[in-house]
Design a protein around this ligand. Sequence first.
Ligand SMILES: [Zn+2]
Length: 357
Amino acid sequence: MTLKVAAAGAACGQGKQEIYDLEKIKALPIIPLGEQLGAVLTKGAMALCIFPGHIERTPSLHFESRKNTCFCFGCRRGGSVIDLVKIVRDCDFKDAVRWLADIDQAQLAKPKPIRRTVEYQTPVKHDGVEYLPDLEVYASIMKCSPLQTDGRLYLNGRFITDQTIKKFSVGQIPNADHLVASLIHNFGYPRCEKSGVLAASSTPSCPRLVFRSQHIVFPFLNGEVATYLQARSLSPSMGSPKYIGLRGVRRPVFNLPNVAKSRAIWLCEGIVDVLSAYELNKPAIGLLGASTTLRPDELDFLSGKTIYIVGDNDRAGRTMVKRLRNQFVSRRIISVIQTLPPGTNDLNEHLVKTRRK
Ligand SMILES: [Zn+2]
């Protein structure tokens, strides 16, 4: 049996058609496909549900390799490989067929082992200073900056649990003036400046840290090593930004080195969204600021994976989704646009609403 559908991108009524072999598409093995879409199978071919809107703690999604079908006993959805794609991508039958015909079947059967490394030590020249990540300086800041009660309460209030806080080694800047004095004492002013931890207004006679006292600080970890730091103000006041990054140093993709083994990844807009995704059992990375794009080495790192793009529910978020999707299409990386429920602005809000139910 074949299916004739308008070619992707062809306008209606132009008569351009593509012909798909439905039997062949339906015979694509459902387990590797489910895994490619993020199902992590446990014993008895069960997985936590991957369908939109269903969040659970015990697996209800069952895969039946003999019949080549799947079914979720929780949300009572499932079916063939085409149904699986229809549900996950929230699309119609023809769109699902087109999508399945386009995926790399060899990749699905046997994922290519890829050496995954990301380059983070790129020097950036700016205002006569050559900025370069300095892991010792960042480690020293994190060592002096344990999370305090108000920071923990703030995160717990957004349903980020202590377990996730620990996993991401979230800290909090103590007295910024004392911290900057000890950094300069240990590493010297020029080295601190090059590492991006000093504010634009900082001078050797009046040194200032780029972060302020009480800011929550998130290390960008590669294993256990912080390769970048980003701070968040607990109570942003007029004129001061909510998020502050290092000065002059290129900001890497948050959590990217730690998802090498995951087959499907959620791509979010902020760090708290990445932490929220982990609360929802989804391995995630964060592109901070909706204007960021991925570098070629970062795209290489993601090849062979399925990327669920979760943009914020605003115009900047939707623009980001479109731009990233084009980047993924050009690299033949499978991506799925994940829309948040109406009235939900970002993934953390989604987590909060889910947990409050
Ligand atoms: Zn379900």
